[in-house]
Design a protein around this ligand. Structure first.
Ligand SMILES: [Zn+2]
Length: 218
């Protein structure tokens, strides 16, 4: 499994506890793990039938004769991968939080994404206009076309024309249109790739090339 705390691939036994609680979903159990890398604790809710072992098990599927489902209930985690390591912390933390709350509050998620998007445009691309809609307009002229199309769609799908506050106060929590919060995250991810990840990879490749071309012994 991948530790949701530190994202390291780990192999670790779990402590499996089956409860005497059965309903139409099955019998309930929990499996808890501790990550050997970061000491973080992970808890899965396990649903199955016919318990056959408890205590420390190599794998929670050994706990029931038939296992129907396993869901990580702690820590809360997002179905999206976190922002890549090349992304500066302030932007990464807004993005990761927007991804984490996406299912519970698309409105709050979209507000965080809009604010993060505006900060990247203003601080990284030096685009400062009266509002986010105008900044997107300007950004489209400077980014690759696939990123620009995504940005344009943020305005369209979010219906900025009908909700001017989305543009004027980008972090304000306002009603969202279907798909708007997910789309805002997708576009942020592609902007991160263009602004941070791509250039960092190119620098690494150049450094590797220069190291190779350097005559030995110098
Ligand atoms: Zn860990």
């Amino acid at each position: 499994m991948i530790c949701p705390h530190c994202r390291t691939a780990i192999r670790v036994a779990c402590q499996f506890i089956a409860f005497h609680m059965t309903n139409d979903q099955g019998q309930h159990a929990v499996a808890a793990y501790q990550c050997p890398e970061c000491s973080g604790v992970i808890v899965d809710l396990v649903l199955g039938a016919n318990p056959r072992a408890q205590g420390f098990l190599a794998d929670p599927s050994q706990g029931f004769a038939t296992t129907d489902s396993m869901t990580t209930i702690y820590p809360r985690s997002s179905s999206r991968p976190p922002a890549p390591p090349e992304v500066p912390r302030s932007y990464a933390s807004d993005y990761n939080e927007a991804a984490l709350i996406l299912a519970d509050s698309p409105k709050a998620s979209a507000a965080l994404s809009r604010r993060c998007l505006q900060h990247v445009l203003q601080r990284e691309l030096n685009i400062k206009k009266n509002n986010l809609a105008q900044e997107i307009d300007e950004a489209i002229k400077h980014v690759p076309s696939h990123v620009g199309e995504g940005l344009d769609e943020v305005r369209r799908i979010g219906n900025f024309a009908a909700h001017p506050k989305k543009s004027e106060a980008s972090g304000e929590i306002l009603e969202v249109e279907p798909g708007e919060a997910e789309w805002s995250l997708d576009v942020l991810a592609s902007l991160f790739d263009h602004v941070f990840v791509g250039p960092a990879k190119m620098r690494a490749r150049k450094a590797a090339l220069e190291a190779k071309l350097k005559p030995a012994g110098r």
